[in-house]
Design a protein around this ligand. Structure first.
Ligand code: 76R
Length: 233
C-alpha cells in the first residue's frame, strides 16, 4: 500500500463512533489487534458493551489521523464485526465559549477518555431545529448571536450542576454527518445520564430547538472484558 499523507483536522481531533454487531465470522484476536494497533499516545479507543438490540459493541476512537480511524474501521470489519451504525464528528470548542480558560479548552479539544469511574455510557446525535413556520417551528440559526449565547449560558448553568457526576463530550459534525453534534455522556450510574438529559430537556435550547437521533447506551470496560461479556471468546 502506498504511503498516504495524514489527513487531520486543523484543530482538535477526529472522532469516530462505530456501533457493531457480532457476526458468525467474528474473531476475538482480530478485534483486539485492531483496537490495540490504533491506540497510541495521540489516538484513543474506548470500547463499550451495548445494551439492547441496536448493536453489541460500541467503539469510540479519537485522534488526529483520520486514516488511522478508517483503518480501525477496516480492521474491525475484517475481524467479522458488522458496522450497524456509526457517527463521524470532531472535537471543538463551542462558539459560545470562546473565553474558556485553556485548562477548560484543552479537555474539550483533546479529551482523555474514558473518564475514571464512569462506566455508564450513552451516545446520541443532536441538531438545533431550523423550521421556519408551522408545527414544531423554531429556527436556532435565525436567532441573533446574543440570544443564542444567552440560551447556551442557561444550558451551561444547568449542566454545571452535574459537574463531577457527568462527563460530556460534545463533538461537532455539521457537514460531515446527519446531525450537527454527537453527544457522548459518561456517568457513574445509569440514572446520572437520565437525570442530565431530562434536566436539559427543560432548557430552552433543548426544549424548543433540540432534535435528536437514535440513542445508544452501554457499559465501558477494558476491551477483553467487553468481548467476554458480549460472548466473543
Ligand atoms: O464547555 C463548557 O463547559 C461551557 C458550557 C457548555 C457549552 C458551550 C456546556 C456545558 N455545553 C455546551 C455546548 Mn453541553 N450538553 C449537551 C447535551 O440532551 C440534550 O438536551 C443536549 C445534549 C448535554 C446532556 C450536555 C451537557 N452542549 C453544548 C452544545 C454545542 C452548542 C453549540 O456550540 O452551538 C451542545 C449540542 C450541547 C449538548 N453541557 C455542559 C452539558 C453539561 C453536563 C455541561 C456542564 C459541563 C461542565 O461544567 O463540566
Amino acid at each position: 500500500m502506498s504511503q498516504q499523507p495524514e489527513v487531520t483536522t486543523s484543530v482538535g481531533w477526529g472522532v469516530l463512533h462505530l456501533f457493531c454487531k457480532l457476526t458468525p465470522a467474528a474473531d476475538r484476536a482480530g478485534v483486539l489487534a485492531a483496537i490495540e494497533s490504533t491506540a497510541d499516545d495521540d489516538h484513543h479507543v474506548l470500547v463499550v458493551a451495548v445494551l439492547g438490540h441496536k448493536a453489541d459493541v460500541g467503539v469510540m476512537a479519537l485522534g488526529p489521523d483520520l486514516w488511522r480511524l478508517r483503518v480501525l474501521q477496516t480492521r474491525l470489519q475484517q475481524a467479522g464485526l458488522d458496522v450497524a451504525d456509526s457517527y463521524v464528528s470532531m472535537t471543538e470548542v463551542s462558539e459560545y465559549a470562546p473565553d474558556l480558560p485553556p485548562e477548560m479548552k484543552t479537555p474539550r479539544l483533546y479529551p482523555q477518555l474514558p473518564p475514571e469511574g464512569k462506566q455508564a455510557f450513552c451516545f446520541y446525535p443532536m441538531s438545533k431545529r431550523r423550521n421556519a413556520a408551522g408545527p414544531g417551528s423554531g429556527n436556532w440559526f435565525t436567532l441573533p448571536y446574543d440570544e443564542r449565547r444567552e440560551l447556551m449560558y442557561e444550558h451551561g448553568t444547568s449542566g454545571r450542576k452535574f459537574r463531577g457526576r457527568i462527563t460530556q463530550v460534545v463533538t461537532g459534525s455539521t457537514g460531515v454527518d446527519d446531525f450537527e453534534w454527537g453527544v457522548t455522556l459518561f456517568g457513574e450510574h445509569l440514572d446520572d445520564l437520565k437525570d442530565v438529559v431530562y434536566t436539559m430537556r427543560f432548557d430552552e435550547a433543548s426544549a424548543v430547538y433540540g432534535e435528536f437521533g437514535a440513542f445508544y447506551t452501554g457499559l465501558v470496560a477494558d476491551t477483553s472484558t467487553v468481548l467476554d461479556r458480549i460472548g466473543l471468546r
